[in-house]
Design a protein around this ligand. Structure first.
Ligand code: ADP
Ligand code: MG
Length: 326
């Protein structure tokens, strides 16, 4: 039997994610109707993943869906917002039920874990493109912005950097990923972990925050520009996973410091806090598995200065992925 657009919506998307009491009308009418609690502000993020641009063409349907939601939840986390709802625009080349079932399963896995309900969307035919809009809530005036960093603030990064970038580099080179380390790196690329609880917990503690999607150097530079400050960071302080270190050694990549600094797709949080709150940040992250590392300091002088082990400055290009760069 061939699936119509309406069969697809009914079968795969009408009850996706976590059922929530604040959804008055979900999928099935002309638009969704939701309750925003008094005293809360609605925080909206939208990101599109295009096949062959944002993920390798052989990425599985469940990973594509998982990642499309994850990158949006990461943006909400970087605002200190608690995710609640999402909409999904899916453009797919075929109405393949096996692919669609896997896609729905990947979306559901993260949506349920994050207590997010899918409340609407659009389904069309064409080259594979997935757009998710995530909706979050934050108490009025408490969203954490990019512009609040001040000279003397400490710069922190959650989790580890470069895992996804290294996995992507290996994929581009056609290298296999058989060992546990390679599988770990591939999972970091295909199923990023949005730091949702960490972002919410940093409200009132972080002075500025951004999520790292285009590489630390590029995204920290955005935070610095928004705050009209500069920074010094220590290359050796960038947190790297054990798997990352071992695979870098295998590949003769020395420390992989450049990958950790510049490669994209980490979906970790980069945030700043006044030095007087350093201990509070450390105490907070004792309760989170991902951990958190101080990597440098905000300075008044504009620009990002990356110090190497040997006491010399690394020259940092503009870095980061730009869809419209030639
Ligand atoms: P309309 O023609 O009025 O735009 P649609 O047929 O596109 O309506 O959508 C019907 C219902 O299904 C709406 O509630 C819409 O939000 C929902 N919907 C369509 N596609 C998706 C999808 N991929 N994920 C979630 N909900 C969807
Ligand atoms: Mg309609």
């Amino acid at each position: 039997m061939t699936l119509s657009e309406f069969d697809i919506i009914r079968r795969y998307f009408s009850a996706a994610g976590a059922p929530r009491a604040d959804v008055a009308v979900g999928v099935g009418d002309d638009a969704a109707v939701v309750e925003v609690p008094p005293g809360q502000q609605l925080v909206l993020a939208m990101d599109t993943l295009v096949g062959g641009v944002h993920f390798p063409d052989d990425t599985s349907a469940d990973d594509i869906a998982y990642k499309a939601l994850a990158v949006n939840l990461s943006d909400l986390a970087a605002m200190g917002a608690e995710p609640v709802w999402a909409t999904l625009a899916l453009t797919a080349p075929r109405n393949d039920p096996v692919w669609l079932a896997a896609f729905a399963e990947g979306f559901n896995a993260l949506a349920r874990a994050a207590d997010v309900q899918l409340i609407g969307g659009d389904t069309t035919r064409g080259p594979l493109t997935v757009t998710v809009q995530a909706h979050g809530l934050v108490p009025r005036g408490r969203a954490v912005l990019r512009g609040g960093a001040r000279p003397g603030d400490v710069i922190f990064v959650t989790g580890s950097l470069g895992d996804a970038g290294l996995a992507l580099q290996r994929w581009r080179q056609g290298l296999p990923s058989f060992s546990a380390d390679h599988t770990y790196l591939a999972a970091r690329l295909n199923r990023p972990s949005p730091r949702i609880h960490e972002g919410v917990a940093l409200r009132g503690l972080a002075s500025a925050m951004i999520d790292i999607s285009d590489g630390l150097a590029a995204d920290l530079s955005h935070l610095l520009a928004a705050s009209a400050v500069g920074a010094r960071i220590e290359l050796a302080a960038l947190p790297r996973s054990e798997a990352f270190a071992r695979v870098c050694a295998e590949m003769g990549e020395a420390q992989g410091a450049q990958i950790a600094l510049s490669a994209g797709d980490d979906y970790e949080l980069c945030f700043t806090a006044p030095a007087a709150r350093h201990a509070a940040v450390t105490a907070l992250f004792a309760g989170f598995d991902c951990g958190c590392q101080a990597i440098g300091l905000i300075e008044a002088q504009a620009g990002l200065r990356v110090w190497q082990d040997d006491g010399t400055l690394l020259s940092v290009g503009r870095g980061g992925y730009d869809h419209f760069a030639s």
